[in-house]
Design a protein around this ligand. Structure first.
Ligand SMILES: C[S@@+](CC[C@H](N)C(=O)[O-])C[C@H]1O[C@@H](n2cnc3c(N)ncnc32)[C@H](O)[C@@H]1O
Length: 323
């Protein structure tokens, strides 16, 4: 099974030396921020399927780890917020990709007066064995890498990011998911996996793997159509619909009744009292929306009350909420 890792390295060695605009793709808009100029080579080498850069995660002078650097676009975006030497540590197993990323950051220095290439420290290493100290990172990010790993390696990669994060640190990721179950012939096709086309898990299975390593809170921040594998082009009998997700996993204490998974559900109490208290630390003020995790949404729904509205998942949640 480990041979697929060699194929992956070959694919990204080629993508480092010959930028491949269609390799991965995203409908997520590229961050436009005052004074931030992304060099065109970084855009051509945007091999992610979403964004892992969320300003809300980047308060309090964070140290950021970015695993699987690609052309360096997201490392530059993260640097925009951290702006300190070695504030962003970029790890990649492919030397040619590290070199390309390093060259691209030099290019970025020309257009971004606030940016110095020393803000990004590039290191060779694998997601499966991170060359990073325990408990030293505030925000760890990966975009379109973990989906490539078979489950045993995915577990290792998740355990590694959990290990290096500080308490309450965050893993922010973007990856393809697939609810249909990808046929084994495609799953075991090392090249397709490396291209982020056949390793996708269902959202629930992926979240379970993340929470099984200890992350106590999950935020599903975005979910978008990504690709279709059709019988015309792939060895499948049916069209396979692939989506991409953006997820933030927080290394907080695991609640006794299991992880809090926020998929963008909201509760609204609209009865004849001022508020509704579920006796479990959730107070719904009359006619005010409250963001709730799936556990709480399901518990409130089970009460079968006519005066509480519970929304379906919107798959758009990144904290916050009024009151
Ligand atoms: C699909 S690209 C994504 C690049 C970047 N995250 C982006 O969004 O543009 C996957 C990246 O992971 C790197 N990679 C592949 N296997 C790796 C491993 N085992 N550990 C760390 N990086 C790896 C590749 O060299 C490549 O840079």
């Amino acid at each position: 099974m480990s041979g697929y890792l060699d194929v992956t390295e070959d694919v990204y060695k080629a993508a480092a030396n010959n930028p491949d605009v269609g390799l991965c793709c995203t409908t997520t808009p590229i961050w436009q921020l005052p004074g931030l100029e992304i060099p065109s080579i970084m855009l051509e080498m945007n091999y992610g399927c979403g964004s892992t850069v969320h300003p809300r995660d980047l308060i309090n002078d964070p140290t950021i780890l970015y695993v699987g650097v690609g052309g360096g676009m997201e490392l530059l975006q993260f640097s925009y917020f951290s702006r300190k030497p070695r504030g962003v540590i970029g790890i990649d197993v492919v030397v040619d990709m590290l070199n390309a990323c390093g060259n691209n950051t030099e290019e970025a220095e020309k257009f971004n007066p606030w940016f110095k290439k020393e803000f990004i420290k590039l290191k060779k290493g694998s997601a499966l064995d991170l060359p990073v100290e325990d408990g030293s990172i505030d925000v760890a990010a990966q975009n379109c890498l973990f989906n490539i790993f078979h489950e045993e390696d995915l577990k290792k990669a998740l355990q590694e990011t959990y290990r290096v994060l500080k308490p309450n640190g965050r893993l922010v990721l973007s990856d393809p998911i697939c609810e249909q179950g990808i046929p084994d012939n495609l799953k075991n096709d090392a090249k397709l996996r490396a291209l982020c086309l056949s390793g996708a898990l269902s959202l629930n299975d992926y979240i379970k793997m993340i929470t099984d390593v200890g992350f106590g809170t999950i935020e599903v921040r975005a979910r978008r159509p990504y690709r279709i594998l059709s019988p015309n082009d792939y060895k499948t009998d049916v069209d396979i619909f692939i989506e991409s997700v953006e997820v933030c996993a927080i290394k907080d204490e695991m609640p006794v009744d299991g992880p809090c998974i926020f998929t963008g559900r909201t509760g609204i109490y609209y009865g004849d009292k001022d508020q509704f208290d579920d006796g479990n630390d959730h107070i719904l003020l009359k006619n005010q929306p409250l963001s709730i995790c799936d556990k709480t949404a399901n518990a409130l729904k089970a009460l079968n009350r006519k005066d509480i509205y519970i929304s379906d998942s919107t798959f758009f949640y990144d904290g916050g909420g009024c009151c």
